[in-house]
Design a protein around this ligand. Structure first.
Ligand code: C2O
Ligand code: CU
Ligand code: CU
Length: 460
């Protein structure tokens, strides 16, 4: 009987009665002299997504949703990771600017963690915000089967919300009987990928979360899906974007529709209706139609004090020196008719290229050349050109970009670790190459990254 959903919900429930951020259980262990803040175990675990069925998922700590890891900005967090899967893995901390040794990419930053092995991840997150964690090995299957979770870095100076809800959006690739359906097909990998049939937020279809009347609510949307783009909208209630992909925006932006590709996050603040029994419906826009994704329902004691929406404190990103920046072009292309490399049933299709190169994979004795080598401390502008007719959420590990401009839309400068390139869009992003190492650089549509759209950048 999968219990963790219940545990998670009661965790959320208890947070709603607190005036500050939710307190989720920490797993502490004393082994020898060392104490860990968290123990995170990846292992096969049956879960119940469709009522009455069993899905043979791969989970963190026995169920879904995965534990919310909470760290504090500027404070070290230690996570003892235990691989109890039948295959090797690693854990990557998406969006965190941490040392390369902790980045969780096999061969580039650490040897793969073999079944039965443990690895201690420890790092001090410099930035507060909504981030997430996932393996970087056999990603189609490992993420597809459920190995995705939120890591939330609380602001050094606490910011007060009455409720703080992590919302993991994922379409599961399952059949009506709960069994897994294929995660990919060549035909779909060549286009926008293979969407799962079971849409969920935190593993539940259209969940409803209680919030107190008049409360200040922080919603943390995380697109942890392999493939699907979500367009978040709250049409009947005023809400504001307060952070994009973990990074606070200078001034809260009224939420209309915000598109999120795989890997992207969005923090939204709103004040719940003052009366009890009211609902706020949160939608996913597909074309011109709006579909229910989840709802908030007011119940319990109203919040007496007046609440207001204020900007989050800024993160300490290094300021790019645009006057002395070097510009590097990256062109994302698709290749018409590529034949499979082999016929052994493994996906060896290469459909996508970055600067004319398709990622060939990596092993201990075959590490391809980087796509670019950057000088430590220097500012770079990446000019990202998508010349394919598909969208690509392009992600660089270890850094946070300033998004300068697009040839398709106007916006105020914002920061991100994953920029969504629409078809034929050109976007320029700037950053200071202040973190030495070999940093993965890829599309976060997992089928795209698995069929070529991946590489890495060296900073030294
Ligand atoms: Cu979510 Cu290579 O990253
Ligand atoms: Cu990442
Ligand atoms: Cu892509």
């Amino acid at each position: 009987m999968p219990l963790s959903r219940r545990t998670f919900l009661s965790g959320l429930g208890s947070s709603l009665t607190l005036a500050a951020c939710s307190q989720l259980p920490k797993f502490s262990l004393t082994s020898g002299n060392e104490e860990y803040d968290y123990i995170l175990t990846a292992e096969p675990a049956p879960i119940e997504l469709i009522p009455g069925t069993t899905t043979p998922a791969w989970c963190f700590n026995q169920g879904f949703p995965s534990p919310v890891i909470r760290a504090k900005q500027g404070k070290e967090v230690r996570i003892l990771f235990r691989n109890r899967l039948p295959e090797a893995t690693t854990i990557h901390w998406h969006g965190l600017r941490i040392p390369i040794e902790m980045d969780g990419v096999p061969f580039l930053s650490q040897p793969p963690i073999q079944p039965g092995e443990d690895f201690l991840y420890r790092f001090t997150p410099p930035d507060a915000g909504t981030f997430w964690y996932h393996p970087h090995v056999n990603s189609l299957v490992q993420l597809g089967k459920g190995l995705v979770g939120p890591i939330i870095v609380d602001e050094a100076e606490p910011v007060a919300f009455d409720a703080d809800l992590p919302l993991m959006m994922k379409n599961w690739h399952i059949n009506d009987d709960g069994s897994f359906a294929p995660f990919t097909s060549p035909r779909a990998a060549f286009r926008m990928g293979t969407p799962g049939a079971f849409e969920s937020v935190n593993g539940i279809q259209n969940p409803s979360y209680p919030v107190r009347p008049g409360s200040l609510v922080r919603l943390r949307f995380l697109n942890v899906d392999n493939t699907v783009m979500y367009k978040v909208a709250i049409p009947d209630h005023q809400a504001w974007i307060i952070a994009i992909d973990g990074s606070p925006v200078a001034k809260p932006i009224p939420l209309e529709q915000h598109e999120m590709g795989p890997g992207m996050r969005l923090d939204v603040a709103l004040i719940a209706p003052a009366e009890s029994g009211a609902t706020v419906s949160i939608k996913n826009a597909k074309g011109r139609l709006l579909f229910n994704m989840l709802e908030l329902k007011t119940e319990g004691e109203p919040i007496a004090a007046a609440r207001s929406i204020t900007p989050l404190p800024v993160n300490p990103l290094p300021e790019p020196d645009l006057d002395n920046a070097e510009t590097i072009n990256f062109v994302f292309e698709w290749e018409g008719a590529v034949t499979p490399v082999n016929r052994d049933g493994k996906t060896n299709y290469k459909f996508w290229t970055m600067n004319r190169r398709a990622w060939e994979g990596m092993s201990a004795d075959n590490i391809p050349e980087p796509l670019a080598t950057l000088e430590l401390g220097k500012t770079y502008i990446f000019r990202l050109k998508n010349v394919t007719p598909h969208s690509h959420p392009i992600h660089l590990h270890g850094f946070i970009w300033s998004v300068l401009r697009s040839n398709q839309k106007a916006f105020d400068l914002f920061h991100t670790d994953t920029v969504l390139l629409q078809k034929n869009e050109m976007v320029e992003v700037a950053f200071v190459a202040d973190n030495p190492g070999h940093w993965m650089y890829h599309c976060h549509v997992i089928e795209h990254m698995k069929t070529g759209l991946m590489g890495y950048i060296t900073v030294k």
